[in-house]
Design a protein around this ligand. Structure first.
Ligand code: ADP
Ligand code: ARG
Length: 344
């Protein structure tokens, strides 16, 4: 493998930190699952507009390719090699009374975590057989859930295009054909092994074998952030009784993308901020202050529609789950106050 031909367009942290020296040090290394530097960086090389540009194939990737990944993790999360991750999923520690009882601003709330099984490689390095095995293990565990989490698993294989598109359009299911995932090897054998589980109300959902082996999701209409967090915490507890997730003391929950390490949590609201949206500079200043990220209404790499934005926590590693949600809550509170104060 030769040093990549980075252009001025390559803006990712991978391109920034993959110096010729680091490349020479890592280029011939392999993890126990045979994952290489070439595969780890392919997404960022193929997609110059990547912000991060690197994926891990297994938990060992984070140590074997540490010379590249440590500085990326440090810059993205402000988290040092000597730091230890902390966890707190106790909803009682969250201070989040409903911000929008009249449903004027918050359309819906969603909190997800990524998880991967401890005994399998991550998606970029998994074989078809292993992926199918993950699907079997996770879907049968999910199918045994009872009470408000009880539901059904719907594999992508055999799902009608109409059903798939309507689940995507309604914000329940992941999209197909993401070019970043494609280059990372995360779309291999599509649609085999992929699918979605949900309860009847579609307030508890699990994506299987997308960017991570599990994306555990709690969502509902309106702004009751605490209720959404409580449901997620309960679901995680139930699932942990049935499977072991990849975890390290240093990095917390292990995910294929370094941005999701730690809590692997993204807590978001879809929120109408039509006035603030006319002053994007001010909007961004507030979201930066509260460690928030702005996405479009159809998720990552999508645009806003009708002044509705997806606002979520940016920090995920070195902060607890409660803090992730608190970041989002505090920032959304401030955004609503600014929106209210603006004249038409
Ligand atoms: P992820 O949440 O896993 O980082 P995306 O940003 O692609 O991935 O979002 C996945 C889906 O979840 C998209 O359809 C997006 O519109 C939907 N979504 C995210 N936040 C909310 C929310 N607060 N309410 C409703 N749907 C949401
Ligand atoms: N690989 C893409 C990039 O570098 C996405 C990174 C963060 N998003 C994610 N879904 N992991 O821009």
């Amino acid at each position: 493998m030769k040093y990549p031909n980075f252009t001025k367009e390559h803006k990712s942290l991978m391109a920034k930190y993959l110096s010729k020296e680091v490349f020479e040090e890592l280029k011939d290394l392999k993890t126990p699952n045979g994952f290489t530097l070439e595969r780890a960086i392919k997404s960022g090389v193929d997609n110059p507009d990547s912000g991060i540009g690197v994926y891990a194939g297994d938990i060992e990737s984070y140590t074997v390719f540490g010379a590249l990944l440590d500085p990326i993790i440090e810059e993205y999360h402000g988290f040092l090699k000597s730091d230890i991750h902390k966890s707190n999923l106790n909803p009682d520690d969250l201070n989040a009374p409903n911000l929008d009882l009249k449903n004027e601003y918050i359309v819906s709330t969603r909190i997800r975590v990524g998880r991967n099984l401890a005994d399998f490689p991550l998606g970029p390095a998994i074989s078809k057989e292993q992926r199918d095995e993950v699907e079997k293990i996770v879907s049968s565990a999910l199918n045994s859930l009872e009470g408000s989490l009880e539901g059904r698993y719907f594999p992508l294989l055999g799902m009608s295009e109409e059903d798939r598109l309507s689940l995507v359009q309604d914000h329940f299911l992941f999209k197909a054909g993401d070019r970043f995932l494609e280059s990372a090897g995360l779309n291999r054998n599509w649609p085999n092994g992929r699918g979605i589980y949900h309860n009847n109300e579609k307030t508890f959902l699990v994506w299987i074998n997308e960017e991570d082996e599990l994306r555990i999701i709690s969502m509902q209409k309106g702004g009751d952030i605490k209720e959404v967090f409580s449901r997620l915490a309960q679901a995680i507890k139930e699932l942990e009784k049935m499977m072991k997730f990849a975890f390290s003391k240093h990095l917390g929950y292990i995910t294929s993308c370094p941005t999701n390490l730690g809590t692997a949590m993204r807590a978001s609201v879809h929120i109408a901020l039509p006035k603030l949206a006319k002053d994007m500079e001010k909007f961004k200043a507030i979201t930066d202050k509260y460690h928030l990220q702005i996405r479009g209404v159809h998720g990552e790499h999508s645009q806003s529609e009708g002044g509705i934005y997806d606002i979520s926590n940016k920090r995920r590693l070195g902060v607890t789950e409660v803090q992730c949600v608190q970041d989002m809550y505090d920032g959304v509170k401030a955004l609503i106050e600014y929106e209210k104060a603006l004249c038409d």
